[in-house]
Design a protein. Sequence first.
Length: 190
Amino acid sequence: MCMDESSKQHIKETRVPLSARPSDIEKYDYEYERDGVSNLFMVCAPLLGWRHVEVTDRHTSLDWAYLMRKIVDEYFPTAPIIDVVLDNLSTHTPASLYKAFPPAEAKRILDRLNFHYTPKHGSWLNIAEIEFSILQRQCLDRRIPDQDTLRAEVAAWELERNADATPVNWRLTTEDARIKLKRLYPSIES
């Protein structure tokens, strides 16, 4: 499964938009009121065509640790080992689990997780980032006033997207990766 995070600014209208007229579109004023930010954790299983977005107040090591526990206990409870593709953010470490939970609980969670970190400047290799791009285009490309509305909109998007259960057809081969990521692969000369 893949995991990534992003944020969404809450923006409230300061004036009522002008209704659409025939052959015209609804008009919004450029002025708005900023009303905080929410964190979005994207969890997706590309081969299963499944994704989930967790909306939280912040993005801390504790928030990440609680998400990892949910992945183990709720999203994939029968999987013996869960391979997790994620970026190298400082909160994405086993230490975060030990900060959030007693040692026995942290170890129980860690024993089920196998982390695969994307290379620096290679976060595009994480399919969760692709899902965020789709979420942005299909759902978040407008003003959303508060966290409750954000949760409802994201949940509706998730439900519709999961109903299709469309798996991600990843086409990057090892050969392509060696060309695109040439600087990351060692050069072996005879």
